[in-house]
Design a protein around this ligand. Sequence first.
Ligand SMILES: C[S@@+](CC[C@H](N)C(=O)[O-])C[C@H]1O[C@@H](n2cnc3c(N)ncnc32)[C@H](O)[C@@H]1O
Length: 258
Amino acid sequence: MFSFFKKRGNVESEHIQNIVEDYTNIIPIAEYFKSETGVTFDKQISILQNKVTTFCKQRNIYSFLELLKLIEHNRELKQALIDTLTTNETFFYREFKQIQELVGLVKDAAKEVTILCAPSATGEEPYGIAIALLEAGVAHNRFHITGIDINHDATSKAKDAIYKARNMRNLTPEIIEKYFLKDDSVYILKESVKSQVTFKVLNLFDPSFITIGKFDFIFSRNMLIYFDKETKNRAKEILESLRKNPNQEIFFGHADLF
Ligand SMILES: C[S@@+](CC[C@H](N)C(=O)[O-])C[C@H]1O[C@@H](n2cnc3c(N)ncnc32)[C@H](O)[C@@H]1O
């Protein structure tokens, strides 16, 4: 339906190539993306088709088939596709009750603890946890947080730690005043909080993921919502294997139902 011929190359050239522009069969891309990231577009296949069509057109890639071939050897292109197709919506103090519960557990632990946020998106969750712990009087040297996410752009933003008011709506003016510097319309997180968190670009399903180490507490909120049942269970098993204490419950989001 969307197929037609395009000419690629210089019109003066003797070797003008006719390329079939074909953005029709999105299924192989959906299958590839799910096998790589766990994310399924089963119920949003037309959204996927529109996003990938735009992605291809912006890069002069003439068909989904060509995209699949290119991705095999081009890691940057693959990362750009992952960055385009993953949803990084997040904000400070999301589902704050769980953060409060964690604060209580960390205080009770009375030792240095490690916390994993998988996924960390643009950083609001791990930084929010750090702020809540500091506010509760937990010393800087009593905790460290690791944030991981498959999205490279989101992780760069997390490292920059510069936020707009919209994502800080749950923070009080006192907290904002204490932990951020205001610059025009943005808020820059202070180093005292930034230094509590380390970010890494990682795919939960990458075989090397489990070498990241073991953690006292694990947050994994609002990622499993993008997975089907079988993939959710696989993700849960991977995360459970990273617990120092096998009895410690993982903090999943309320929407991440099994
Ligand atoms: C909606 S955000 C959730 C962020 C935060 N935990 C929260 O609840 O606000 C979902 C994140 O999951 C990440 N993600 C999806 N699949 C992933 C995978 N296989 N490995 C690591 N991160 C993944 C996406 O890049 C996205 O940033």
